[in-house]
Design a binder for this molecule. Structure first.
Ligand code: ADP
Length: 293
């Protein structure tokens, strides 16, 4: 059997300590495995402060766990030190950030980011080759270079700009995308264009996606498996459909009910049906505060 793509073994992260002895346990004892050769959308769900972003930063090797291990293709991230190894890791595991308007410099044309990524991570050293790489990646996200060439971030919609960010992330040919709240800053009407894209990338490019969100509806809509986090710990994990239909933990039940109460489905056999209002892009925990599109 091949090595797993990603394996978390009892991963935890605490902040603080020192002479003030103020300790925040952001993540505690998280374990899960993404198999190689079986691309999936793996959702990490939880309310604000539950440790999702800390977990994402550890998977991206941007911060080290204080307990446990993270292995990518069998290699402990803690052993990745040489610049060639860091580069190979960055090539294989790419981030997608929450707010595309913050990810791009407002004074810089967006196509430049694609050329720079092609230059750094592929053999495309000349401009024509970089443009070809950019155009190829943009087509994977339903755009083209002709549409975005020379454009500044504010000239694109949030949904378009996030798709450009995803195109940039695809240029190195990653095996895993770590997307931290990638649609929360995007207009509800455009969210599904981005969310559906993740499923297409999984199916057509074989890329696995860790999809971090507090938005249950989109998570259930696109995910194969989910974990639900509360106060840094995984309170429930499993097949997305199973967890939705038969949540066991009181917190998962609460989350599920906050979505289902919008419009309970009669026949619960098709949780991935886009026609169902409770799986619509904007229905989320925020629905309780009236933020339903
Ligand atoms: P989420 O992404 O689910 O909102 P976070 O991972 O951002 O959760 O935060 C989890 C907990 O860790 C919170 O209590 C947060 O205040 C704390 N935390 C996150 N980053 C830091 C940091 N750099 N220093 C101290 N505490 C942090």
């Amino acid at each position: 059997m091949s090595l797993p793509l990603l394996e978390l073994r009892g991963v935890g992260k605490s902040y603080g300590g020192g002479w003030l002895r103020q300790h925040t346990r952001a993540v505690h004892d998280v374990s899960f495995t993404l198999e190689a050769g079986r691309p999936e959308v793996f959702a990490i769900i939880g309310e604000s402060g539950s440790g999702k972003s800390t977990l994402a930063r550890m998977v991206l090797n941007a911060t080290a766990p204080s307990e446990g291990q993270i292995l990518f293709r069998g290699r402990d991230l803690a052993t990745i030190r040489r610049s060639a190894d860091r580069r190979a890791f960055m090539q294989a595991v790419q981030p997608v950030f929450q707010n595309p308007f913050e990810a791009f410099n407002p004074l810089k044309r967006v196509d430049r980011y694609l050329y720079a990524t092609a230059y750094h991570f592929t053999e495309a050293k000349g401009r024509a080759a970089q443009e070809a790489k950019a155009d190829e990646a943009l087509h994977k996200v339903g755009l083209s270079l002709a549409e975005i060439r020379g454009r500044f971030p504010h000239e694109l919609s949030g949904g378009q700009l996030q798709r450009v960010a995803i195109a940039r992330a695809l240029i190195p040919g990653p095996a895993l995308l770590v997307a931290d709240e990638p649609v929360s800053m995007i207009d509800a009407s455009l969210r599904m264009t981005v969310v559906n894209l993740f499923r297409r990338l999984r199916d057509e490019l074989g890329v696995s996606i860790i999809y971090i969100t507090h938005d249950l509806a989109t998570a259930y809509y696109i995910s194969d498996r989910i974990i639900i986090m509360q106060r840094g710990e995984v309170v429930e994990a499993g097949d997305a459909r199973r967890v939705l239909m038969a949540p066991q933990h009181p917190y998962s039940i609460l989350l599920r009910d906050s979505v289902l109460s919008i419009d309970p489905p009669g026949d619960a056999s098709e949780p991935n049906d886009p026609a169902r209002p409770w799986t619509s892009a904007g229905a989320s925990l925020a629905a309780r505060s009236g933020d339903v599109p």
